[in-house]
Design a protein around this ligand. Structure first.
Ligand code: HPA
Length: 245
């Protein structure tokens, strides 16, 4: 079964035929909300709103461990993360969709592993390719089938938030090789890897990153809402085709 973790702008899936909701208890505390089990184009899907169904949990307070653990308990076989980002690369303006292929992690102080040691042996997971190639290809094929333009590949910079970045920070991220910047990609991706669940992401560019193009003089929150409204409709169409596959 496919899991979809929805971010800002995607707290529910309009086309999801909801069958049941389940509150899952985990050794790591409470997930962001109940798991919503349903069908998307007749295929079983479980949906979780990363920031809670009322969008009240900021990126640094999301219980990523509990979310991933709960999805594993639900026996999901792959996860697609939908997350909004700021565009750093000039061609990634508001509304662009990106399927990233790399991550740089700038977050700190988050619980970013299930392997805490103690009595258990030390475990290091391979994270050379942070996103699952098979899930990435499924998303890209669905985008083609849906007729939606998607950028194949890009480096996702995960920042701590919840504040947005300074213009100098964005310049530094660009020098590091980042194409987009968001606040929730880590530790979500690595926790999925630790649990052995294939995971990939669709990033929705909500705004130019700080100091760039239309955000040269600051980031306009009013337009972000409009951009996400339109772009999430396109993400839903991609997801519909993905479930057809
Ligand atoms: N920076 C970090 N995270 C974001 C941004 C941004 O500009 N836009 C949407 N999520």
């Amino acid at each position: 079964m496919l899991a979809i973790i929805g971010g800002s702008g995607l707290t529910q899936l309009a086309n999801l035929e909801v069958l049941r909701r389940e509150v899952v208890r985990t050794p790591y505390g409470e997930p962001s909300g109940a798991l919503t089990f349903g069908r998307l184009c007749a295929n079983p899907v479980v949906f979780l709103a990363r920031h809670g169904y009322g969008h009240t949990i900021p990126p640094h307070r999301v219980n990523y461990q509990a979310n991933l653990w709960a999805l594993q308990q639900a026996h999901v076989t792959s996860i697609i993360s939908v997350a909004s980002v700021g565009g750093i690369r000039a061609d990634l303006g508001p509304g662009a969709l990106v399927v990233p292929d790399q991550i740089i992690d700038y977050t700190w102080g988050r619980k970013s592993t299930f392997f805490e040691g103690g009595d258990a042996p030390v475990v290091h997971v391979d994270f050379t390719e942070p996103y699952d190639a098979g899930v990435r290809q499924r998303i890209l094929a669905a985008a083609v089938a849906a007729g939606e333009a998607v950028s194949d590949g890009g480096v996702y910079a995960a920042t701590q938030g919840p504040r947005l970045e300074t213009a100098a920070e964005i310049n530094r991220l660009e020098r590091d090789g980042a194409d987009v910047v968001g606040m929730t990609g880590m530790p979500e991706a690595v926790l999925a890897r630790e649990l052995g669940i294939p995971y990939a992401a669709i990033n929705v560019v909500a705004n130019y990153a700080a100091g760039r193009a239309g955000s040269a003089n600051g980031i306009c929150f009013d337009s972000i809402e409009q951009v996400l409204l339109g772009a999430m409709g396109r993400v839903r169409r991609v997801l519909d085709h993905l479930c057809d596959a």
